[in-house]
Design a protein around this ligand. Structure first.
Ligand SMILES: Cc1ncc(COP(=O)(O)O)c(C=O)c1O
Length: 391
């Protein structure tokens, strides 16, 4: 049993982030939230860089970046020869798609759970090459007893060039059985790119034992590093064909060198990853992850009970983000209008339409506690009331 109320978390520690006091932050999943200690570290690196840019770029950055990359690799269970920094998950996904040099006969696949921007990238790369893009039907709400891995893998044609599949899905907030999906694809010789945008520091990630073909993960979401820090892990057998979308000085010098420099940029988000990892462990590491998950479940259940609705997931696939069905239909208020109404009232939670229902995603991070979700429930009532909708 995880103790959600321990004094180490929630309002007691909220001052460790520069979060606006009058705003109810229950959407950590969207853009993360960097704590003060990480922002101070970023400021320190930025000042060091601007003191003498050439000296910094040539004498300080290579070693500092290397140390940061190795620390991150250890954190996500990766061999450091396989992991490179990229700006964000979108950049990592596009680098892989670009590297495939798709042909008109190629099929690339993903599921209906895929993040909108990733679907668009797949659509773009398939259309440009004349190939096709397969969207695999997937169930939502997700209830216990469904063999997702088997049903996803069974939908793939034998010559599929790539399956892109989420570790944790975005609007629907489900932890997918990624080990079984990767294993199923490996057995059939189908390459897999795992979109782990939400996974690092949210759930356990062990990249070498997963052994996908590619894996992208964000550090600026649940690890709380500054925006613009993410990674791409590539299986050794795929590294020679994998290039950044922006080709620069490292070209023809190998996978690590190619990704180490993609033009002049602010490298400080990458350099702050060790500080973010330290912070994650100060907050409890695994204990924090368990606590966030337990709080999200409790919060979603509380809201679903209050509205006499349901949560969108069974416990097996739940994580520190959970969806709740709202007591209104899209014909009464659109998802965009309800989200905008919540923003006007000083909170934010993604609202999405699935069939004839509206669903809301909540997130739980260290700075949240039970009171936040009681407040959220009141604000949902108020937003619906202000819009003239009766829930
Ligand atoms: C599943 C998933 N993939 C990819 C992304 C894109 O992340 P980024 O905007 O950091 O590239 C997101 C963003 O929320 C996401 O949820």
């Amino acid at each position: 049993m995880v103790d959600i109320a321990i004094e180490k978390y929630g309002a007691h520690i909220r001052k460790m982030w520069p979060l606006a006091e009058g705003f109810l932050t229950v959407n950590h999943g969207a853009y993360g939230a960097a704590p003060n200690v990480v922002l101070a570290e970023q400021d320190r690196w930025r000042r060091l860089l601007e003191k003498q840019p050439t000296y910094f770029m040539q004498r300080i950055l290579p070693d500092a970046l290397e140390q940061s990359r190795r620390r991150l690799a250890a954190f996500v269970g990766a061999d450091d020869a396989n992991l490179v920094f990229v700006d964000n998950a979108t950049t990592g996904v596009n680098a892989v798609l670009n590297s495939l040099s798709l042909q008109p006969t190629d099929v690339i696949a993903t599921t209906q759970y895929a993040y909108g921007a990733v679907r668009k990238a797949l659509d773009f790369h398939a259309s440009r090459s004349g190939g096709s893009f397969q969207l695999i039907k997937t169930p939502f709400p997700l209830r216990a007893g469904v063999n997702l891995a088997e049903s996803i893998v069974a939908c793939l044609a034998a010559d599929t060039r790539l399956l892109v599949v989420d570790h944790i899905t975005s609007p629907t907030a489900l932890e997918l059985p990624i080990e079984s999906i990767v294993r199923g694809c490996r057995d059939r010789g189908i390459p897999v790119l795992v979109d782990g945008a939400h996974a690092p520091a949210h759930i356990d990630v062990d990249l070498e034992s997963l052994s996908a073909d590619w894996y992208v993960g964000n550090c600026h979401k649940w690890l709380m590093a500054p925006k613009g820090s993410a990674f791409l892990w590539t299986h050794p057998s795929k590294q020679a064909l994998t290039h950044p979308t922006t080709i620069s000085h490292g070209y023809r010098e190998g996978y690590l060198a190619e990704f180490a420099w993609t033009g002049t940029r602010d490298p400080t988000p990458f350099l702050c990853v060790p500080a973010a990892i330290d912070f994650h462990f100060e907050l409890g590491g695994e204990r924090l992850r368990d606590r966030n998950k337990a709080l999200a479940w409790e919060a979603a259940t509380l809201i679903a009970e209050a509205f006499d609705t349901e949560v969108g997931v069974d416990k097996e696939h739940a994580c520190a983000m959970v969806t709740v069905r709202l007591p209104v239909s899209p014909s009464q208020i659109t998802a965009a209008d309800l989200r905008s109404g919540l923003l006007d009232l000083g909170t934010d939670a993604p609202v999405f339409q699935h069939g004839e229902a509206l669903w809301l995603r909540i997130s739980s991070q260290a700075y949240n506690d039970r009171d936040d979700y009681r407040m959220l429930e009141r604000l949902i009532h108020k937003a619906l009331g202000d819009a003239g909708v009766r829930g």
